[in-house]
Design a protein around this ligand. Structure first.
Ligand code: HEM
Length: 163
């Protein structure tokens, strides 16, 4: 029978005792919770990530979301509002498509045009898009698919007097 007399057995016995007490009395970690993953499995981000609320917008309430002064950038296509802030290079004040920021971009997207008359003035009724040709509607739908895959849908665009 194995005896505790040999040095190897004594060492193993001590090791087992040590392991058992580590399981029974784990070291409690004190101090602040780390806020980076590399600091350990238990961590919390410094702040809550920004949350996006689905809201009802009108042309007038959408307009301020044009990316000026680093603010959020929203645009609407066919009544759906997208948060395109992550595309600031496209839609920000110096972006190639900055004209669509804070606006109903449906007609410009359908006709593939930046002309100012593509944008309905914000104090007028929503663009009904009734006169668009089938290929223009298809073009707009292509953009809707692109935006739905890339950006977060964050609202609905309704008439100014509907809210
Ligand atoms: C000279 C003509 C044009 C050039 C060289 C051009 C170039 C580009 C390039 C390089 C991209 C980036 C593609 C990517 O990385 O995903 C892009 C995206 C885009 N283009 Fe154009 N474009 C032109 C005309 C237009 C016009 C007339 C419109 C009008 C609606 C338009 C609307 C867009 C939109 C909405 C995007 C998507 C941006 C996004 O993903 O948020 N482009 N274009």
């Amino acid at each position: 029978m194995a005896s505790l007399g040999t040095p190897v057995n004594t060492a193993l016995f001590v090791y087992i005792l040590y392991s058992v007490q580590r399981i029974l009395f784990p070291k409690s970690k004190s101090g602040p919770i780390p806020n980076e993953f590399k600091a350990g499995y238990s961590w919390m981000p410094k702040s809550h990530p920004p949350s996006v609320l689905f809201k009802i917008y009108t042309p007038k309430t959408l307009e301020p979301f044009n990316g000026q002064d680093g603010r959020r950038i929203l645009l609407a296509i066919d009544g759906t509002v997208y948060d395109v802030t992550s595309g600031r290079n496209f839609y920000g004040p110096n972006g190639m498509y900055g004209n669509f920021a804070g606006r109903d971009a449906s007609r410009g997207m359908a006709k593939q045009s930046f002309d100012p008359e593509m944008l309905t003035p914000v104090d007028q009724p929503l663009d009904s898009l009734q006169d668009l040709k089938p290929d223009e509607i298809d073009n707009m739908k292509g953009w809707i698919e692109h935006f739905s895959n890339k950006y977060i849908i964050c609202g609905k665009l309704v008439e100014n007097d509907a809210v």
